[in-house]
Write a protein that binds this ligand. Structure first.
Ligand code: GTP
Ligand code: PEP
Length: 263
């Protein structure tokens, strides 16, 4: 295939968004996780340059239902389902092949899930893996295009919102020096999207301070690092403060999903 496979880690409908637990009861958090995941997967599926979307989850039934999919490998929006989960993204229907992959118990955690997704991408013949968190309410196809473009050759790189990081590409120019692209969170310290070669010794290091960790990892494996900062890639929804930073239209969408406006 040689293209780009998007990998979306999605834990489950129960334990996620724990930092919103003081404001949202479990059913509302479940609906929120589902709506955000459907939005992100829909955007990725509609984004030119993304060939497949692989969702890696500890909870396959929740995820297939949340995404409106009928099976574990479906190419279009499934029939509307019951259970109160949102079935439509605000901005995009699910387009293109979406696969849901079960995260083995013996490979826990966010990095474990993304590793599983990368292996699936390699099996599909992907050249690059675009990891995208499932909680990005403002993500648009243009944002995805900007992240992919940030890895293009130097003469075509450097569109709005991307900055090349200082640091040595240590390999010869004949080697594949496709950069690692880190789209940070609004604090500039985390990683909301990450573009890496599919086959690479690059190790995922999601968690606190992951922007710096991922750039260090890029340097370790001899690849340039590029940072992307855009409103649509930077907004993840973890805390009440994040909620307050959203534009009114997004807030009212999510207020509707959860049935309340968090104080
Ligand atoms: N498959 C899988 N996905 C995970 C795991 N941990 C986090 N994720 C996903 O990774 C993305 C970023 O997650 P976080 O923001 O760290 O966690 P969260 O569950 O959304 O929120 P908190 O409970 O507040 O940490 C989300 O799409 C999560 O669903 C995991 O162990 N397995
Ligand atoms: C996992 C990360 O962030 P968060 O938990 O804030 O989504 C990260 O930025 O690597």
């Amino acid at each position: 295939m040689g293209g780009t496979v998007a990998v979306v880690p999605l834990r489950d409908g129960v334990s996620g968004k724990s930092r919103l637990a003081t404001a949202l009861a479990p059913p509302a958090r479940r609906r929120l996780v589902a709506a955000l995941a459907r939005h992100v997967v829909g955007v990725l599926g509609a984004a030119p340059g993304v060939d497949r979307v692989v969702v890696v989850t500890a909870d396959v039934p929740f995820t297939t239902e949340a995404l409106g999919l009928d099976g574990d490998q479906v190419g279009s929006t499934g029939s509307e389902r019951q259970s109160g989960l949102p079935t439509r993204s605000r901005t995009a229907d699910l387009i293109g092949p979406v696969a849901v992959v079960a995260q083995p118990r013996e490979r826990p955690g966010l990095d474990g899930a993304v590793d599983v997704g990368r292996e699936r991408a390699v099996a599909l013949g992907a050249a690059r893996v675009l990891v995208a968190h499932a909680d990005l309410p403002l993500l648009s196809p243009d944002d995805v295009a900007a992240v992919l473009a940030a890895a293009s050759p130097p003469d075509r790189r450097g569109g709005p919102g991307s900055e090349r990081q200082p640091g040595p590409p240590t390999r010869s120019r004949t080697a594949d020096l496709t950069p690692v692209v880190v789209a940070t969170d609004r604090h500039g310290s985390g990683t909301n999207l990450l573009l890496v070669p599919a086959v690479s010794p690059f190790r995922f290091r999601f968690g606190t301070g992951s922007r710096a960790a991922h750039l260090a990892e890029a340097a370790r494996v001899g690849l340039p690092g590029v940072v992307v900062r855009r409103p649509g890639t930077a907004a993840d929804l973890d805390t009440i403060d994040d909620w307050g930073e959203l534009p009114p239209a997004a807030r009212s969408w999510l207020d509707g999903v959860t049935g309340r406006a968090p104080a």
